[in-house]
Structures are given as structure tokens and as C-alpha cells.
Design a protein. Structure first.
Length: 230
């Protein structure tokens, strides 16, 4: 993974730099969401942060620096919330179910911020963009690990060659809730969306968590009970 970009600062106190950049990020997120990255000026970011334009440039060098800090902050928020959601997870496929539920709840909570990343990431220089995309990939890798754990304990049967694809499908479920929210939320609550999407993903040919029987299929994924297909 490419290293995190170091943004130069004229201020030498690391704690103060962190505090001021948090203020900048908070102000910039609201502006970028409401106006877009390109229509937002550094002067507006400075004003919303409570700084003069001169003070702002003591902590960043360009508007692209601010966008990079915003993207990095959003990914950190998503990862932190997922870790909190997984603290009491069980093992195997039930842990995976809880992980999916936690992830989708997080995506719902930060939907505007996630949309912002995908709309504006193209404005970042090449290397910072690569780092932000690699942080996105870490979330997919998190689900890869959980899928392999469920396969290892026998609670999930899936071809190991397709674990990466299945992990990407889980992440896409979160993105779908964000990108298609204008349509989906007219018909489904978040809890309904989580339940049905998780069942369709994990319970093909098996039994869903709520006990509903699904029509068997020839798909290579099935949920097991005690290591044996239900």
C-alpha cells in the first residue's frame, strides 16, 4: 500500500496541526457537499474554519490538500465505525452477517461523505488518489478475511477462488444504498435492505438467519449449520 501523504505545515506543533486540520476538514466537507469541490474556494474554507486565508495556508498548501484530508478522514471514520460494530461479533457466518450489517449502517450514516469521495476523487493528484483508493480496498480485504474465516469453520461454503469477488459484492451493497438512495429509500427501510440483501448473498441454497427456506440453486455458496448444508 502506498504510504500516507505527508502534507507540509508551517506550524511545528503536531497536536495543533491535527486540531486545525480537523476544523478544516469539518468545514470543507459541508462546503464540498453543498457546492462541489471545484466551486468551493480556499477563502470560503478558511472562513468556514474560522481562520484567515493566511492562517489556512499555514496548515495546507492547496485545495487539493484539503480534499485529500477530507477523503482520508472519511475512510478513517468508516473503518472506526466498522471496528466498533464488530467488537462483539461471533465467529463464522454470523460474524460475517454482523459485519455486513455494521458496514451498511455506517454507509447510511456517512452517505453524503461517501458520495463526495466518489464524485471528487478524480480531482486528486495521481499518488494521493492511489492512496485513497487503496484505503477503499482495505474495506474489501476486511470482508475477504471474514469470508475465509467462515469457510474455515465450516459455516459457509463458497469456492475460495471467488472470495474476492464476494467481498467486492458486499462493498457494492453499501455503495448501492448510497448511490441509488433516491430510488431505494422510497420502497425499503435500511433494515429491510440489509436483511434481504444479506440473505440473497449468503443464503443461496440454504436457510436464512430468520429461518426462511430458500429455493436451492446451483450456486457455489451455501450457509451451513455445524459444517453441513441445511
Amino acid at each position: 500500500m502506498s504510504g500516507k501523504r505527508s502534507i507540509p505545515s508551517l506550524v511545528k506543533d503536531p497536536k495543533l496541526v491535527e486540531k486545525r486540520r480537523e476544523q478544516i476538514v469539518e468545514a470543507a466537507v459541508d462546503l464540498f457537499i453543498s457546492k462541489g469541490f471545484h466551486k468551493t474556494t480556499t477563502r470560503e474554507i478558511a472562513r468556514a474554519s474560522g481562520f484567515s486565508i493566511g492562517t489556512l495556508y499555514e496548515y495546507i498548501q492547496s485545495k487539493e490538500d484539503v480534499l485529500y484530508l477530507v477523503c482520508d478522514s472519511i475512510h478513517s471514520e468508516v473503518e472506526k465505525k466498522m471496528e466498533q460494530a464488530m467488537t462483539e461479533s461471533k465467529s463464522g457466518v454470523e460474524a460475517l452477517r454482523q459485519a455486513i450489517q455494521g458496514f451498511l449502517h455506517v454507509m447510511d450514516e456517512v452517505d453524503d461523505k461517501v458520495l463526495l469521495i466518489y464524485q471528487e476523487i478524480k480531482s486528486l493528484p495521481r499518488e494521493p488518489m492511489r492512496y485513497v483508493l487503496q484505503r477503499e480496498e482495505r474495506i474489501t480485504q476486511f470482508f475477504e478475511v471474514m469470508l475465509r474465516q467462515a469457510i474455515a469453520d465450516g459455516s459457509l461454503q463458497v469456492d475460495p477462488n471467488f472470495v474476492k469477488l464476494m467481498a467486492h459484492n458486499i462493498v457494492i451493497l453499501g455503495q448501492m444504498w448510497v448511490f441509488r438512495r433516491w430510488a431505494l429509500r422510497k420502497h425499503y427501510s435500511l433494515s429491510d435492505y440489509i436483511k434481504e440483501q444479506t440473505n440473497m448473498l449468503l443464503a443461496a441454497g440454504g436457510r436464512s438467519q430468520d429461518g426462511d427456506q430458500h429455493i436451492p440453486s446451483e450456486a457455489s455458496c451455501s450457509v451451513c449449520d455445524g459444517g453441513s448444508p441445511v
